[in-house]
Design a protein around this ligand. Structure first.
Ligand SMILES: Cc1ncc(COP(=O)(O)O)c(C=O)c1O
Length: 485
């Protein structure tokens, strides 16, 4: 029997199932309106799947810090937990228990004086964790000021201009004056000396970043804490430190165990990390931890009872997927300390080797070399005037490599760099292929009479490392452009 054409005989449903999905696709697929009637699931799947082929290849995305590879077993567990809502702690008590275990493991990893006294929670990522940590700092400061009979107007927060956009958002959304320490010369991160200069009695905290988004460099947390100890001795002003360890809090414990950046420093009140960065989970999980209950004011924690039982919650969201938290726990069990160490060391080895090779090519100068975060930034050397980092980024993109090029913030807006983030799943072999492509594009770029692209042509995929202006709150344009976070 000849097959009927579905477009001509729309009611001929018995034959639809034997037709290839493409011949079942409606002539017009609505993009911005809900279709009047539905379609076969295979057809809908194929349409969506095909459209997504236009996305970049996540594994070649050297811009992102976020995991783009996971073991099949982790993916299986995530699929098994897809329907679990993290907030329904009474309905899914074991998922809640697993979240609490992860908090304890992290508290231990970050050397909390008593890992059972530390408090914390999972979040959607470091951005939500930053909001929660910032709120805790603000509330602690308000309580202290009220107790002293002093004004709670005009709180401020001190940080380097290199902070990720989430801190600008925190300052803007929660009305805290951001005091940015600008870059100076070859100092691209916060220094202890400059941080202390900006602190006063209204400073709710200093944010130190373990692994700058711009170039992967660690900020000197211990020096900053010591300088704040000095400030307290001199003036009585007691300023806590929050460590934004979005990436570094899952690198330093394994690769730099002697570096004191964590709860070993009494001044460190709280730490955040992105479970979905070097915690090695697919996107959707972060962690916020406080050294003890005193560091997280009780009045920020809400209690809900309509899900059954009394449930404390400190979060900006309510419903949230539980699968990523399960995957985090899977990774902790699966890899253990040794496994994480091996994975992170491999990333650092790939990063440092790649950086060293790039330095040898000729026209590039390293800004960082991958020896802190497995991330490095490099620029076009001063004597190169006929092509820019933006040309390099565009040429690499022709081969599928996503390498962001961006200008640095004040006072180094003259500096434009490329950044490469090495993650689990990007081994030496892919690194060699990347080097080959970088070498291959150079003769063409070197033959250019003049640069073809500048900062205006840069894609918005610098993962939150876009330019900001000292002393300005969140830049709406960046938010609107959907700066990666
Ligand atoms: C230092 C730092 N903090 C915070 C963030 C935001 O993290 P998330 O994407 O998990 O919200 C990033 C993202 O790159 C980052 O590098």
């Amino acid at each position: 029997m000849p097959l009927k054409r579905p477009h001509q005989h729309r009611d001929a449903s018995p034959h639809l199932t034997v037709n290839p999905v493409f011949s079942r696709e409606p002539i017009k697929v609505p993009r911005f309106e809900l279709p009047g009637e539905g379609m076969d699931p295979d057809t809908a799947y194929q349409i969506v799947h095909d459209e997504l082929m236009l996305d970049g290849n996540a594994r070649l995305n050297l811009a992102t810090f976020v995991s783009t590879w996971a073991e099949p077993q982790a993916q299986q567990l995530m699929a098994e937990c897809a329907e679990k809502n993290m907030i329904d702690k009474d309905e899914y008590p074991q998922t809640a228990e697993i979240e609490a275990r992860c908090v304890h493991m992290l508290a231990d990893l970050w050397n909390a004086p008593d890992s059972h006294a530390a408090v914390g929670c999972s979040t959607t990522g470091s951005s939500e964790a930053a909001m929660l940590a910032g709120l805790a700092l603000k509330r602690r400061w308000q309580h202290r000021r009220r107790a002293e009979g002093k004004s709670t107007e005009r709180p401020n927060m001190v940080m380097g201009i290199n902070v990720q956009i989430c801190w600008e958002k925190f300052a803007d959304y929660f009305e805290v004056e951001p005091r940015y320490v600008p870059m100076e010369g070859n100092r691209f991160i916060l220094s202890a000396e400059e941080a202390v200069k900006l602190c006063d009695e209204n400073t709710i905290g200093v944010v130190a970043v373990l692994g700058s988004t711009f170039d992967g460099a660690y900020e000197p947390v211990a020096e900053i804490a010591a300088a704040l100890d000095g400030l307290q001795e001199r003036t009585g002003i007691d300023v806590p430190v929050h460590v934004d360890g979005a990436s570094g809090a899952m690198i330093a414990p394994f690769l730099d165990p002697d570096l004191a950046w964590d709860f070993r420093l009494p001044r460190v009140a709280s730490i955040n990390t992105s479970g979905h960065k070097y915690g090695l989970v697919m996107p959707g999980v972060g962690w916020a931890l406080w050294r003890d209950a005193a560091a997280l004011p009780k009045d920020l924690v809400f209690h809900v009872n309509y899900l059954g039982g009394d449930m404390p919650t400190f979060a900006l969201n309510f419903s949230r997927p539980g699968a990523q938290v399960i995957a985090q726990y899977y990774n902790f069990l699966r890899l253990g300390f040794d496994g994480y160490q091996v994975v992170q060391q491999t990333c650092r080895d790939v990063a440092t080797r790649l950086a060293a090779e790039i330095a040898k090519i000729g026209p590039f100068t390293l800004i960082t070399d991958g020896s802190e975060l497995p991330v490095f930034a490099f620029r076009v050397s001063d004597d190169i005037t006929n092509f820019t980092v933006f040309d390099v980024s565009a040429a690499l993109r022709e081969r599928g490599w996503l390498v962001p090029a961006y200008t640095f913030p004040a006072n180094r807006t003259d500096l434009a760099a490329l950044r490469v983030v090495i993650r689990n799943g990007f081994g030496h072999d892919l690194g060699d292929l990347f080097l080959e492509d970088l070498r291959r594009i150079l003769p063409r770029l070197q033959a250019q009479q003049q640069p073809h692209r500048d900062a205006d042509d840069a894609g918005s995929f610098a993962h939150g490392a876009e330019t900001k202006t000292a002393g300005r709150p969140a830049i709406p344009e960046q938010v609107a452009r959907g700066a990666h976070g």
